[in-house]
Design a protein around this ligand. Structure first.
Ligand code: 3SL
Length: 243
């Protein structure tokens, strides 16, 4: 008798998260621009751990414990912190072996929201293939949680959810409530040949364009630049290889 496959679902905004029972699922938190992309880069460059926190005060308090501290609000680095949310700021030898506390507008908030899940991991185009391979090995239900912007829908998170769902599908199946996963995969297939152009009028690409960090957008849309799976354990993210 064939054994049942695990399922892959897509939650298109944090506002819809309450509809999913994730007690037996791995939640993949997705904030392509730019939190989960920067988190992947930090682990690729040797960070030991990252504590996702919700407020700038919490993040700053970690400095006294010897942490490096990061904070982004409205797309910019908050004054007095070591990092904002640019993936390039984490490409630095100074983070090797270090613990980091990070707060961002939506990405770290989505991590907190997902904490009731069996497991929480961070997904981005930068770790797409490594993450897909790892999830296939786990053989557990997956919910892709798009962080969006303040509870609203963002295209870049949805196209990544579609890219990941497509990679998982041969080993996973869709649920009867499959339309968000189907929509994400359709969007990804429209976008896949030029994701940067596809996002030309999107809210967060244009917000980051105004902040003159377009190179961040281009980099965050480049698949497979890192070979890490950031995994949340007791509120702290670690590289899967260190667990
Ligand atoms: O919302 C977030 O968590 C951030 O990724 C937003 S930004 O790309 O840093 O503006």
């Amino acid at each position: 008798m064939a054994t049942a496959k695990p399922v892959v679902e897509v939650c298109l905004t944090p506002a819809l998260f309450y509809q999913y029972d994730v007690s037996q699922s791995i939640v993949v938190v997705i904030d392509i621009l730019r939190a989960t992309s920067s988190i992947c880069v930090a682990f690729q460059y040797g960070a030991h751990s990252i504590v996702p926190v919700t407020t700038t005060e919490e993040s700053l308090a970690y400095r006294e414990k010897g942490f490096l501290v990061g904070a982004e609000r409205q797309g910019s680095m908050v004054e007095g912190f070591d990092f904002g949310n640019s993936p390039f700021s984490y490409m630095d030898d100074k983070i090797r072996g270090r613990d980091i506390a990070l707060t961002t507008t939506n990405g770290t908030r989505a991590m907190h929201l997902a904490r009731s899940a069996a497991m929480v991991v961070a997904g981005s185009f930068l770790n797409l293939q490594t993450l897909a391979d790892w999830l296939i090995k786990q053989n557990q239900n997956v919910l892709c949680l798009c962080a969006g912007w303040k509870d609203t829908f963002n295209l870049e998170d949805a196209i990544f959810a579609g890219a990941l769902a497509e990679k998982l599908l041969p080993h996973f199946e869709l649920t009867p409530h499959r339309d968000s996963a189907l929509a994400a995969m359709r969007l990804y297939n429209i976008a896949r040949n030029d994701m940067y152009e596809f996002l030309a009028q999107s809210s967060h690409r244009t917000r980051l364009e105004r902040l003159k960090v377009d190179e961040d957008v281009i980099y965050c849309l480049t698949p497979d630049q890192t070979q890490v799976v950031p995994v949340l354990r007791n509120g702290v993210l670690y590289n899967h290889r260190d667990l």
